[in-house]
Design a binder for this molecule. Structure first.
Ligand code: SAM
Length: 194
């Protein structure tokens, strides 16, 4: 609520309608990432943000997209399966004003993350438990294929990593940090075929 009040947006889970709540049971319920924790996660990335595109898998109402725009990413994209949440994310992107915003290339895509075509260039992929295990496996396979076809740096930020075993099982990913509430993985160019 504090975040929404401060930025005049609507990203809280408290105002999600009953229909989206019900659908959330079948996908994964919308819950936004805490702003302070997000800053901690960003600080753990040893990257030049200007070269990277940030991708939020399951972007909900788009709070992560707004928070990521406080960093000088090349581009920011979120994919969300529920149309109502996606619409709110698009409204939030338009409404967001911040004197410290560093990236204005923000885009919300409505669709299934399992079918999402990953953007070119170095990537930061953000996961806050958007998918059950089979879906996560598919997203990881898509990422591996994309990196194999177009070798480039990729980082995964996994918030509340309930299914971290899936990432640990990927030999093409290397865990570089794992504080309490999140894990950071990296794939270097040329390792994605491993
Ligand atoms: C825990 S919320 C995270 C929201 C946002 N990433 C954040 O951290 O603030 C997970 C989101 O994933 C979405 N989701 C679930 N399955 C999905 C899928 N297959 N494709 C895209 N989005 C999905 C849900 O609707 C929900 O909005």
């Amino acid at each position: 609520m504090d975040y929404d009040w401060e930025h005049r947006v609507n990203t809280t889970s408290g105002t999600v309608g009953w229909r989206e709540r019900l659908l959330g049971v079948f996908h994964s319920p919308y819950q936004p990432t805490d702003a302070a924790l997000f800053r901690e996660m960003m600080a753990s990335l040893p990257i030049d943000f200007r070269q990277f595109t940030f991708v939020d898998i399951g972007s909900g109402k788009g709070r992560i997209l707004l928070m990521a725009s406080e960093y000088p990413f090349r581009r920011i994209v979120g994919v969300e399966i529920l149309p109502e949440l996606h619409r709110t994310a698009v409204e939030n992107i338009s409404a967001y004003t911040s004197p410290t915003q560093q990236c204005t290339q923000l885009e919300g895509v409505c669709g299934d993350a399992r079918d999402f075509h990953l953007p070119e260039g170095p990537l930061v992929m953000y996961l806050f438990n958007p998918l059950p295990e089979a879906g996560l496996t598919q997203v990881l396979a898509n990422l591996q294929r994309s990196l194999h076809q177009d070798p480039r740096q990729a980082y995964l930020l996994y918030h509340n990593p309930l299914l971290e075993e899936r990432l640990r099982g990927c030999r093409w990913l290397q865990r570089i940090d794992s504080p309490n509430q999140f894990a950071v993985y990296r794939s270097d160019p040329g390792t994605s075929s491993a």
